[in-house]
Design a protein around this ligand. Structure first.
Ligand SMILES: CC(C)(COP(=O)(O)OP(=O)(O)OC[C@H]1O[C@@H](n2cnc3c(N)ncnc32)[C@H](O)[C@@H]1OP(=O)(O)O)[C@@H](O)C(=O)NCCC(=O)NCCS
Length: 187
């Protein structure tokens, strides 16, 4: 069911940020600021950009009638396999993801998630991870990550530490998933 029975928006364009476009950068920040109760996610975005960990091609914007109303970031992680080898980019992370409150519950988040997952698959990643509500993310194929051999980089609760394997996944794609540093500094 859609929230309050409102119809899904049909004219939603999901696109990556234009490299170097200040308007896109500010719009992505404004969406995260509006979507979450604190400015933690907006600050995380700033820190990721400052650290060079925010690739515009992996920063997806949802546009409705020319206004940016949703944002979803995909970042690279480094997979540390049990033999100690470290593989950058083998596992990608989704988050933060936000939709402006006035338009939540109208499938914009779903469009962003679908686009983010398609991007991860196109890039040949073995798996996608995220921290979030297991009930909400189950619909996108996410399940507890630890049971799939993917361990969190910090003391993240197993219930919210989720992963979805992609077609490129191999049996040796297991180990600790190290996020870009600003994520850990957010804890
Ligand atoms: C989570 C979020 C990105 C989802 O985007 P969205 O556009 O609202 O989600 P969708 O319309 O695609 O909805 C998907 C489902 O979630 C439900 N849902 C989403 N937001 C809801 C809300 N505010 N109230 C009630 N239900 C909601 C929808 O009813 C729908 O359920 P259904 O498939 O069973 O019908 C968005 O709600 C948001 O920005 N929330 C605040 C920030 C946040 O919590 N981010 C995620 C952190 S893990």
């Amino acid at each position: 069911m859609l929230r309050d029975g409102v119809p899904a928006l049909v004219h939603v364009l999901v696109r990556p940020e234009r490299p170097g476009d200040r308007g896109d950068v500010e719009a992505a920040r404004a969406v995260e600021l509006a979507a979450f109760p604190t400015d933690a996610e907006a600050q995380l975005l700033d820190a990721l950009r400052a650290a060079g960990a925010c690739d515009p091609a992996r920063s997806l914007l949802a546009e409705v009638e020319g206004a940016i109303v949703g944002h979803c970031l995909v970042t690279a992680t480094t997979l540390e396999r049990p033999d100690g080898s470290r593989v950058p980019g083998r596992v990608l992370a989704i988050g933060p993801i936000g939709v402006v409150p006035a338009l939540q519950g109208r499938r914009i988040g779903t469009r962003l998630m679908d686009a983010a997952l398609a991007l991860c698959e196109r890039e040949g990643a073995a798996a996608v991870v995220l921290v979030g509500n297991p009930t909400y993310y189950a619909r996108f194929g996410f399940a507890p990550a630890r049971a799939q051999g993917l361990l969190p980089p910090g003391h993240w609760r197993d219930e919210v530490w989720l992963a979805r394997r992609l077609p490129a996944s191999r049996p040796d794609d297991v180990g600790v998933v190290h996020y870009a540093r600003p994520f850990l500094e957010m804890e």
